[in-house]
Design a protein around this ligand. Sequence first.
Ligand code: NAP
Length: 627
Amino acid sequence: MLQTLDIDAAVAGADVPVLLVSVAQLTGDLSVLRDDLRPDLSNLFDPNAGLSGEALAKGRAIAAEALRRHIEEGRDPAPAPEGETLYRMIAFLVGDEPAQSYLELLREELGQDGHDMRAPTWHASDIAPDRTFRVAVIGAGMSGIAVAHRLRQAGVEVTVLEKNADVGGTWFENTYPGCRVDVPSHLYSYSFAQTTRWPHVFSAQDSLLDYFRWCADTLGLREVIRFDTEVLSADFDDERRVWRISLSTGETIEADAVCSAVGQLNRPKFPDIKGRDRFNGTSFHSARWEHDVDLHGKRVGVIGTGASAAQFIPVVAEQASQLTVYQRTPPWLVPTPNYHETLPQGVEELLEVLPDYVRWDRLWLFWRTHEGLLPAAKVDPEWTQGPGSVSTANAFVREFLIQYLRAEFPEDELFEKVVPDYPPAAKRIVRDNGVWARTLRRDNVELVSDKIREITEHGVLTDDGVERSFDVIIYGTGFHASKFLMPMEVHGSGGVDIHEHWDGDARAYLGITVPGYPNLFLLYGPNTNIVINGSIIYFSECEAHYIVECVRMLLERGKQTLDVKREVHDAYNEKIDADNKMMAWGASTVNAWYKNEKGRVTQNWPYSLLEYWQWTREPNPDDYVLH
Ligand code: NAP
């Protein structure tokens, strides 16, 4: 394979800075990391990271030459870089001297030489050999797999309870056509389970489902997952200080701790529109796609233009005779030319010789998106040019995105309809490779922005008095995201129902612990969603780490439970609320699933990725009542 590799073709599709640093690692020769080839990441929207065409060509030539020599001379890979060498490589890739505070996080993300730096550094059998600590994990989706794996590495007894017939969570349930992730594959994957198998730059749903299945298999998790088993309720027994968990199978099991990994985006939300039950045709929600409904030649109405709808509408448009898209709020689109692309030609072969390319690419993506647009989402209190923007930086992004829309929609009538009047980052920005405009400009597609008055027996009636008839209505109307843990019943200390406790306004400390609910740990809990930076898998890994360290604290201190102090929880939430108000998503009044019915931002994390990592390094015993 190595002898036959066409090196020039292989490096042609690679990202040059990632390529150079991977070659430096393979050969041990850092001279390829030349100053004139160092990326400049100050312009987030520059796909070439400030490198001219000439510099890119030079970088590829240098990398190809070094690779060729390495292969021809039959050399072994250089030892994994450490210390100053590793620092120099990281500094080259991120185009800067990374602050010391970031360095450890970056090294973890990189997982140099396949070394899992986030693995627990302790084992239950060493700390408490006579004790079996049992954790029930609810959900075998992305975060359930992460926490179950970490707990098992630490020697904790784990049972995973999964309502579906397989792992994957949202990637198991959402099978609508066009479904894919909007974070690049090398980043939307576990740091501890990197793979060179991704076919696409941004993975499609089936690849992701395969990935999570592969993780469950290779991590040996299937033996502890109970499929087709829904948790109906979890009750804390104050006397014995354990959780009793009632299952859909009729059984009740016991655990010392419960991790809820049930996700936020899996309970389909139908809109509260008058007459919805009257429609005589077929209707379904995007997350419950009815694949046996043939849309070819049908008149189809779609309600919603969020991230899900933006993905399936282009596919439906190719099948339906007539497609009407009902848009309440237009999404911002970020140009992403390679959104549907397979990995660049040659890169797959390159990975055979340069497997560490994947890890360096992960680091590169992490850094490029790490705090990404976060500063541009911050509200400038002095800013007077709202409501379409919240600061100078935000207005700059707005202008960039408007220019893209203008180029994509030359017709004034459509352009007027698709330009958002709210600030970028107040809602999830949708990735686009031009397919949205191509779809909306089709002859068989109509974009309706008039308010829906009601759904009739035949179709949809809008406020302008026009009723359009359909064979099929598809709801791309999102999820009950802020109804955390629904419809499970969870009773904590004293039998208090968590939904009554929250009263529609879910809060948790670090998104993980809730006062009055000892040893209940949430993953992807309140205020742990990210809007414009990073990958949600990163958050789940941080949460899993924190939970594992909580168990360690209990075992080391010979305690049974921990319960977060109310004042700690409240002070934390006050800060989160105040800071979320100073972000585009908190300040804007636009509709978004980030706010609950009371108008509070229950979903989003208003700080950097680094801060979440720092705050979840280890539990502070003073934050908890240990029992
Ligand atoms: P969503 O973002 O909540 O979008 C729901 C859509 O339905 C919006 O356009 C909304 O309009 C519309 N809608 C809701 N109620 C309505 C009503 N009564 N009348 C008219 N329109 C109504 O849901 P989603 O698209 O399923 O996405 C949810 C989240 O899932 C995303 O933000 C993202 O985090 C994740 N997701 C990611 C991807 C990806 O990675 N590419 C794909 C799918 C989903 P308004 O905007 O006015 O509320």
